[in-house]
Design a protein. Structure first.
Length: 426
């Protein structure tokens, strides 16, 4: 294998730096990744990572809220952020000549947020409206219920935004203390992809992070033992459609079977050529949308199938999905179908990496969660070795009646719960 195209280093104070030059690009995408997410929170402070993410856009000691936005958007750039279970990310994409500005703005946000009492009060109301919005969106709510079903009373089963109660109880002092504890050098990773010179950018990041606090690394609560199923939870809601999430626990992020799991996802529900799309939508006309999703964490994961349908078609929809799960367990995958799945994975990966922002997000998530980056050629070489038998073995491990879980939101009567539970069998 050839040498990795990525430059991954650690500064003396513990800040990580990950760079990938793309000389032909007209842009540079910069990210600051902080190992502070939903999994690092206690139950009484659920949502504090997300709350803090909102507040970092409200201003620093050097820049007001409007100045932060204008310095990036005023040159045609993009400024954004998001919170996940194992990290928070702040990102900017700018024309290549403004790369240093993007680094400076993001470093300023992470290092010197004002966190004023007025901003905390205003943003608290914004987040409460965000939580209410999710509760009014059944396609989102059903995913939240599914996570709660898999990991009850654990951060993985808690909304990243927190609950109305925890957001109301989180004070400015709580937020400042969490920022001081979590936003420290050894939790921070800078990534940059695009038209850049690695040595120059590394020096710029070194200057931007000078004097940053270096504290012990903080971990998170391990995932609980899997619950035995089938487990079914119904949230009765007068909606036009019934929304269903069903699936099971999967494997940790770096598990050797992760490539087989990825191909299983593609074959079952990643695109319009997938088995579930063909059987549930195209052949039977039961749904408009159906697909699969993988959740990946350090010590666990989930494989999820989601669909929305008329409540009267829910039984047939669930039956058809489970029939496909049984089929992929029992019958070998044809050679042509496996080839198409591998080509789809390779094509999506390589096309996505043409964009500086997508490339930055791809390598950044790997590095902040695992401490390393797999370059495309190496990943595709691993993928090429996956056999139909490997995928079938993973399917047989995942799709077991005692592991199945289902969350449903819609106009479902209480007596239907037992009937739906009986359907969740492979």
């Amino acid at each position: 294998m050839k040498k990795s195209p990525y430059h991954l280093t650690t500064l003396p104070n513990g800040v990580g730096v990950l760079l990938h030059p793309m000389p032909q690009a007209q842009s540079v995408a910069v990210g600051v990744w902080v190992r502070a997410g939903g999994r690092h929170e206690g139950p009484e402070r659920a949502g504090i990572s997300h709350f803090l993410e909102h507040l970092l856009f409200k201003g620093t000691r050097r820049r007001s809220c409007e100045q932060l936005k204008q310095q990036i958007e005023g040159v045609g750039g993009i400024l954004n952020g998001f919170t996940a279970e194992e990290f928070t990310c702040y990102m900017a994409k700018v024309p290549r000549r403004y790369a240093r500005r993007a680094i400076d703005v993001l470093a300023d946000m992470v290092r010197s947020p004002t966190l004023t009492a007025a901003d905390v009060a205003k943003e608290r109301e914004v987040i409460l409206e965000e939580i209410r919005m999710y509760e009014d969106a059944p396609a989102q709510l059903v995913h939240d219920l599914f996570s709660q079903l898999l990991w009850p009373d654990h951060p993985l089963g808690t909304l990243l935004s927190g609950t109305i109660d925890t957001v109301r109880r989180t004070s400015r002092a709580d937020l400042v203390a969490y920022w001081r504890q979590m936003y420290q050098a050894r939790h921070v990773l800078f990534t940059a992809v695009g038209a850049l010179e690695p040595d120059r950018v590394t020096q710029q990041i070194r200057e931007a992070c000078a004097g940053m606090r270096r504290l012990p690394v903080r971990g998170f609560v391990q995932a609980p033992r899997p619950r035995r199923g089938p487990q079914v939870r119904v949230w009765k809601k007068e909606t036009e459609q019934a929304h269903v999430c069903l699936g099971t626990y999967a494997i940790p992020r770096t598990h050797p079977d992760r490539f087989a799991l990825e191909l299983l996802h593609i074959i079952l529900g990643a695109n319009m050529s997938s088995r579930l799309f063909r059987e549930v939508r195209e052949k039977r006309g039961l749904v408009y949308e159906v697909g699969t999703q993988i959740k990946r964490f350090a010590d666990t994961g989930a494989f999820i199938i989601a669909a929305g349908c008329d409540a009267g078609k829910l039984t047939l929809t669930v039956q058809t999905i489970f029939r496909e799960l049984s089929r992929i367990r029992s019958a070998p995958i044809p050679r042509a179908e496996l080839r198409r799945a591998k080509d789809y994975y390779a094509g999506q990966l390589l096309m996505g990496l043409e964009d500086t922002m997508d490339h930055m997000l791809w390598i950044g998530e790997q590095a902040v969660t695992t401490g390393r980056v797999g370059y495309p050629e190496a990943l595709l070489a691993h993928l090429a070795k996956v056999t139909a038998r490997d995928i079938q073995r993973v399917a047989r491990h995942l799709f077991v009646t005692a592991k199945m879980h289902a969350a449903i939101v819609g106009p479902i009567a209480e007596p239907d719960v037992a009937r739906l539970t009986a359907l969740c069998r492979v």
